[in-house]
Design a binder for this molecule. Structure first.
Ligand SMILES: NC(=O)c1ccc[n+]([C@@H]2O[C@H](COP(=O)([O-])OP(=O)(O)OC[C@H]3O[C@@H](n4cnc5c(N)ncnc54)[C@H](O)[C@@H]3O)[C@@H](O)[C@H]2O)c1
Length: 363
């Protein structure tokens, strides 16, 4: 670690826009980064930004985005403002030639997100989504094991993300919490495996004017299924995901730092065979092996986000959570909205699935 009070030549000069609840976490990690130099923080509320930085700082504070867009020392901008502003700010930054890190969700529609992806590609700039959970040691472990095939075929994913949460003024519980689970799913499923259809139901039992409790079911290729329960109305905080693989089961309990991951060598094998009377017989075998808890290094995911963002900027490599992953997540969120409007109808997610459902309806 260097303690110079000047940027080194290879540092990525950055600015953060938005210093509310989440922005300070980015600011803290950028200030601690060995590869970044934080030049500026922009917030409509400059006093808030000043309070976040404290008195002993040389980081510039502004409420004018143009100060950042016109500063040649700033190569990259992290956007932690409310979701409705992401598209406009990200677009302005890309047009000014800045690399961009955007908080979830990337935009309010997949078509706007698509435009950002195209603009970044046209300008040769990095566009990355801060899907923070994808950079945790637990998700890194699960991703590498699913890629190596050690869990076997993914049969189901069951996720619960509930607590007494802040009822957001401009988003329902799906748009607030579901992006986390969708980005985790997007990052751990083996390449080419994506949800094919989604069904969702939500309720607003407290009169908040938006869904506060919701259930989302997604069909996965190969007879798999994923289910996510999100809620702002739970007295207890639960962040648990169970991944059922044909070889192993994984239980990820994110609120249990002593043992976040448990891997079970357990499962059910079913085989069928022909009986002498020409009937099909079924044999069920239960595997009841060991449970092991992998040793995960502890690191703050946002530190890894900062490191990966700078690496992608310097190498031109596509980020793990690039703009395209943001688009995929928005397509599912849009399908969730459609399903809710159609009282839980199963909404196909890609062209082929749409054709299959249409064919099923016709036959
Ligand atoms: N990655 C995560 O785990 C995570 C966690 C929480 C929030 N978030 C995301 O972070 C973003 C911000 O959420 P928050 O809870 O910090 O919101 P917030 O309302 O607490 O803070 C937003 C800040 O942006 C400022 N702002 C609004 N419009 C602006 C503009 N046009 N220019 C400059 N500043 C502007 C506001 O003054 C405020 O200080 C959201 O997209 C949210 O989804 C991500």
């Amino acid at each position: 670690m260097s303690f110079a009070n000047q940027p080194s030549p290879n540092d990525v000069g950055v600015a953060v826009v938005g210093a509310g609840y989440w922005g300070p976490n980015l600011i803290r990690n950028f200030l601690a980064s060995d590869h970044m130099w934080l030049w500026s923080v922009c917030d409509l509320d400059v006093d808030r930004a000043r309070r976040v930085l404290g008195r002993h700082t040389s980081v510039h504070v502004t409420n004018d985005l143009d100060d950042i867009l016109g500063d040649p020392r700033i190569e990259a901008v992290a956007i932690a403002t409310p979701a409705r502003t992401h598209y406009g700010i990200a677009r302005a930054c890309l047009e000014a030639g800045k690399h961009v890190l955007v908080e979830k969700p990337l935009a309010l529609s997949s078509s706007d997100a698509d435009r950002l992806v195209a603009l970044a590609a046209e300008r040769g700039l990095t566009l990355m989504c801060d899907h923070t959970y994808c950079y945790t040691p637990a998700v890194n472990w699960i991703r590498s094991e699913t890629a190596r095939g050690t869990l076997g075929r993914i049969q189901y994913i069951d996720s619960v993300r509930i607590n007494l949460g802040i009822i957001q003024p401009d988003a329902d519980v799906f748009w607030d919490l579901l992006p986390h689970d969708l980005s985790i799913l997007d990052s751990i499923l083996p390449a080419g495996i994506e949800p094919t259809a989604v069904s969702a139901l939500g309720v607003d039992p407290v009169g908040a004017g938006r869904a506060c409790v919701g259930y989302v079911t997604m069909m996965l290729p190969g007879a798999g299924i994923a289910h996510v329960h999100v809620s702002w109305l739970s007295p207890v905080k639960i962040r648990t995901t169970i991944i059922g693989g044909s070889h192993r089961y994984v239980v990820w309990d994110d609120v249990n730092p002593a043992q976040r991951l448990s891997i079970y060598e357990r499962g059910v094998d079913v085989s069928t065979f022909s009986a002498p009377d020409d009937q099909r017989e079924m044999m069920v075998q239960y595997r009841t092996g060991d449970m092991m808890a992998p040793a995960l290094g502890e690191h703050e995911a946002l530190g890894e986000v900062a490191r990966h963002f700078t690496e992608c900027i310097r190498t031109g490599r596509a980020p793990l959570t690039d703009g395209r992953s943001g688009v995929r997540i928005l397509r599912i969120l849009e399908a969730v909205d459609q399903s809710i409007a159609e009282h839980g109808a199963l909404v196909p997610l890609n062209e082929r699935a749409r054709r299959d459902v249409a064919a099923e309806v016709l036959t």
